[in-house]
Design a protein. Structure first.
Length: 188
């Protein structure tokens, strides 16, 4: 085999491996990193997470209490291109080839599902009239609101465990199902 053929074989193998890795990360499993303190004490800044993309790929809603990653740009339609680009950007950031991390991918906990009525009073979250038992929160929540929120069909309501230092559904609104990118299955 001459040098040209061997170089082509190597290049072909690299392209196939890259394509397989990209598809796995876009549709099955995806590593990500926690940025910020909104999920303390459960998750710390710079923790690495393994996220199952299978629920996103199959269009499933997460369960109460699931820790998920979301695309916080809820006012724009998410496409399959986003599912391919986001993992590439994460890898480039992890390897320091790109220095600007994605600030639109957030890690949050599912508090409400479609049809739920949520209230924020007495330093607690109430779902359908019952105060939630939330031992995972960092401290009592200072946020209150007289407005009741009804989670729309095919949406979830998410919050950070560090309720006093979290941008979440209280600010961006309920998150559409297609903006739920996956469920955290392992913390590294």
């Amino acid at each position: 085999m001459n040098v040209k053929e061997e170089l082509f074989d190597w290049l072909y193998s690299i392209v196939i491996a890259f394509t397989c890795a990209l598809l796995i990360n876009a549709f099955l499993f995806h590593p990500t990193r926690v940025q910020g303190s909104s999920m303390e004490p459960t998750l710390q800044n710079n923790n690495y997470l393994l996220v199952s993309k299978i629920p996103h790929t199959l269009g499933q809603l997460p369960e109460y209490g699931d820790i998920i990653i979301i695309d916080s740009r809820v006012q724009r339609e998410r496409t399959w291109k986003d599912d391919l680009i986001d993992p590439m950007h994460t890898y480039l950031t992890m390897t320091k080839l790109v220095t600007e991390p994605d600030h639109h991918v957030w890690v949050k906990r599912v508090i409400g599902k479609p049809g739920d009525t949520l209230e924020f009073k007495d330093h607690k979250v109430y779902r359908n009239g019952m105060a939630l038992d939330e031992p995972y929160t960092k401290e009592p929540m200072s946020y209150t609101s007289d407005t009741k929120i009804i989670v729309p069909e095919n949406h979830v309501f998410v919050m950070g465990d560090n309720r006093n230092n979290s941008s979440d559904s209280r600010y961006i609104g309920p998150v559409p199902k297609n903006q739920v990118l996956g469920k955290v299955v392992y913390k590294l």
